[in-house]
Design a protein around this ligand. Structure first.
Ligand code: HAM
Length: 422
């Protein structure tokens, strides 16, 4: 026998059960986004590589982007994230758009990562961004959207936590402990890796990069200082707003949240399982210069993205996955014999026209087989028109759940199905 061709590593198949979850998630995302007055949009799945070179960061562009040269010789990338496309779209119509601009999107993204729990190479992201609001107070809106989403799907502050930090605060603090401008990118990378490496391996990594034991000690003290946020007027005000909105329990200051993307300039945040189980559920922050970096006039933005993979892991862990019916149709019209197939199709069309989802068995196989099929797909009603019934102007409806059978006037079929709860 021929072997089945395998799917590409890190991609997922969406059979109806998985598709039902994706559709449900999309629905929850829409509810929350629209509750805050955001409008849905989308960008191309393919972009010029240079769009990301502007500010996404080395790791994403050089190591993770799915890049190819098209037949015309242009370097093109499957989108690894949405924010640069959004910045490009804003820059293109900068004068016409109405600010503050609130936009959200749900769609596929690609990154060449090592597939593991919570990480795939093809995944979906919810992106939501507020463009053109300069004050850091606007960051509280995006943070409250994260909390509102968790609340919407039933995740409590005991189960998930949104960790918040500020890049400017960290810049100032690093300067205070003597980290030079030149070493800053390296130290940011080190901070980002602290949870991923063992304590000794992390220190060795720092020493190898040119830090001293003493500066690593100072860095550790900084990263363990949970009160550092009080030195940031921005964070202080943002936390106060979230408190007034009733979301405070979801938030925690975390000096270790730095974020790998280069375009963030102020508030940065990530949400995780409160037990620190697995990778981030979502991540985002404020970016002051991205619209300018892709060719527009300077315009600030703040937003975040949540992937579909980790949120599913969390919902599963906390028993919050919705019970999604994947039953295709509650009514099956059977086919008695080859001669009456057209009549069966016509009956099914009539039921559908009455607004009821209906499947017509498409070939004249044994009735038993058709009934078995109806059972397997979880149908409730089976419609049978044998020659005797047709001659008498009647039709039979079997109720598979109630295990009853009723013969009705042909003209009464849809009315009967409705009254029987189809
Ligand atoms: P990011 O942190 O790179 O941010 O990704 C956001 C979220 O996307 C992650 O927290 C994770 O849930 C999901 N994600 C990322 N990579 C993968 C993967 N390989 N497999 C599964 N899920 C993944 C951004 O993309 C920013 N553009 C977000 C943003 C929007 N910032 C401002 N506006």
């Amino acid at each position: 026998m021929r072997e089945i061709v395998q799917r590409v590593k890190g991609t997922r198949d969406f059979y109806p059960e998985e598709m039902a979850f994706r559709t449900w998630l999309y629905g929850q995302i829409r509810i929350v986004s629209e509750r805050f007055g955001y409008q849905e949009f989308d960008a191309p799945f393919l972009e010029k590589l240079e769009l990301y070179a502007a500010k996404s960061g080395e790791e994403l562009v050089k190591e993770q982007a799915f890049v190819f040269t098209d037949r015309g010789g242009s370097e093109v990338s499957l989108r690894p994230e949405l924010t640069p496309s959004l910045a490009r779209m804003v820059a293109q119509r900068q004068k016409e758009l109405v600010y503050p601009l609130r936009l959200w999107s749900f769609g596929p993204f690609w990154r060449y990562e090592q597939p593991q729990k919570g990480r795939t190479r093809e995944f979906f992201q919810w992106n939501i961004d507020l463009i053109g609001a300069a004050g850091h107070q606007a960051d509280a809106e995006l943070l409250s959207i994260c909390a509102d989403f968790f609340r919407q799907v039933g995740l409590t502050p005991q189960q998930v936590r949104i960790n918040v930090n500020n890049r400017r605060l960290m810049d100032a603090q690093l300067q205070k402990i003597g980290v030079s401008e030149a070493l800053k990118p390296l130290v940011f990378r080190m901070i980002d890796r602290r949870d991923k490496l063992r304590v000794d391996a992390w220190r060795t990594y720092g020493l190898e990069q040119g830090l001293t034991d003493k500066s690593i000690d100072l860095l550790v003290a900084l990263l363990d200082d949970k009160t550092l946020w009080k030195a940031s007027p921005e964070l202080t005000e943002i936390f106060a707003i979230l408190d007034r909105m009733g979301y405070a329990d979801y938030f925690e200051f975390d000096p270790q949240v730095i974020r790998g993307l280069l375009y963030y300039t102020g508030t940065v945040f990530e949400a995780r399982d409160a037990a620190r189980d697995g990778r981030a559920l979502l991540g985002g922050g404020r970016y002051e210069n991205l619209v300018g970096d892709v060719g527009g006039d300077p315009l600030p933005g703040v937003g975040f993205a949540m992937g579909d993979v980790m949120i599913q892991v969390a919902l599963e862990k906390y028993n919050l996955l919705p019970d999604l019916a994947v039953q295709p149709a509650r009514i099956v019209v059977t086919c008695f014999d080859a001669d009456s197939l057209a009549e069966s199709y016509a009956t099914a069309a009539e039921i559908r026209a009455a607004g009821l989802n209906t499947i017509c068995y498409p070939e004249a196989v044994k009735l038993d087989k058709q009934l078995k099929y109806a059972n397997r797909i979880g149908a409730k009603f089976v419609v049978i028109a044998g020659p005797d019934e047709v001659a008498a102007g009647k039709i039979t409806v079997k109720d598979l759940e109630a295990r009853t059978q009723t013969t009705v006037e042909r003209g009464q079929l849809t009315a009967f199905l409705r009254s029987a709860g189809a």
